[in-house]
Design a protein around this ligand. Sequence first.
Ligand code: F6R
Length: 251
Amino acid sequence: MAMQIVVRHDVQEAARYVADQIAKHLVANPATVMGLATGETMRPVYARLRHLFASGEAPSAAFTSFNLDEFIGVPTAHPGSFHAYMEDELFRHVVDPEGRCFLPDGLADDPVAAAALYETLIAKAGGIDLQLLGIGRNGHIGFNEPGAPFDGRTAAVNLSLQTCQVMQGFDGDQPDRAITMGIGTIMEARRCLLLATGEAKADAVFAMLEQAPSTACPASVLQGHPDLIIVLDRHAAGRLTDSLLKIADQS
Ligand code: F6R
């Protein structure tokens, strides 16, 4: 298992580490194919990335990106949609994102066909070089909720009650379905970079890293990934045992 665990003091430092890793990939290969994530955890990562783009420290004109997921039936202009989130956080700060920054089409008449098309697009781009991931309190990655198969492909899925309860940006009209990359799709990324911050993620991080891989904690599949970097702040790392902490980079 080629896993690196990085623990940083706070959210800002952890997010900065992640953004700097992304920038390193972009500098080495401006045409990197990235898998992107949304969520509150990623906002400081994108803030730092915007800074690196604006200062010219990282190139933004040639990457291709595929977001992990999008809600089904939510207009792209709705502030709760992941399209709107990505537009605000990143895409309107990069040169010509049209035709190279993709999200699943949650408005397609046929979500099953839209999911299959997404897989085709990822394959056509040559697969994902660097997959950014957050983690749900229930251990989900993308919207692969507990019980999702480890070999799943991009699909239309139901969201768990817990996921709906913590969802932001909707006024009682929460969507309950999404199109998400499958766990099998995620595991094919050449490198995975997962960020978890805050005490609310400590149990999920514990299950992901300290318990035997099980579909009860979808993120635990990552223990089998050949090139994985897990970045935590001290709160999300709060339940890790000494045996894992002693191999972590805690500088
Ligand atoms: C978002 C995604 C989700 C989030 C997870 C954590 O694209 O795929 O798995 O990463 O729900 O969300 P936050 O960061 O809001 O706690």
